[in-house]
Design a protein around this ligand. Sequence first.
Ligand SMILES: [Zn+2]
Length: 207
Amino acid sequence: MEPAGAQTFNAPFPEGNPVLAGNPELTLCPPLARVHNRDMDSMSAQQRSQLMSKIKGKNTKPELLVRKLLHAAGYRYRLQGNIPRSTFEKILKDHPDAHLPGGKLPGRPDLVFSARHKVVFVNGCFWHLHDCPAGQHAPQTNAEFWEAKRTATRDRDLRSIVVLEDLGWQSLVLWECELRDQEVVLDRLSRFLGASAGSTAAPSKSV
Ligand SMILES: [Zn+2]
């Protein structure tokens, strides 16, 4: 019998899986099922290439792209800082002063891997003031407004990561400009996260 925690971790999204909802082709694609339980690191170049060809979709919005990659590779996650009730209670027990507005993680990370205590932020370069040409581009109109807004966003991002770290959660930031090579992105994600959910190397217990 599966530990209760594992069921929590693998539980479907109560509101329906957002990736599958927007991408019906993923549910109709048997080859993907075979790679769900694999550690991406153990995939052959050919398997990886086949997986990538299944993932390429029309919608390349950065966050959706990352969600598709992760889902196809067998990872399960929650969105926008959502955590299971049990995780919420555990954090407050260990860190009574923790501030978790709305029962969510600080900074509402785009993707939450609660059993692993890891989160991924997918940041647009302009809005989050990345140190790249797109991020450093300064609009001529309303320059002061944009400068203040984007600086505040960047500072809030940095604070969130520090707070999360204090709570024992690791963060990975993926920038929009880094998503062009999907294989590289998937490599980074799998190195950061470890094996996907179905693998024997995955955590057997969710807290
Ligand atoms: Zn960038």
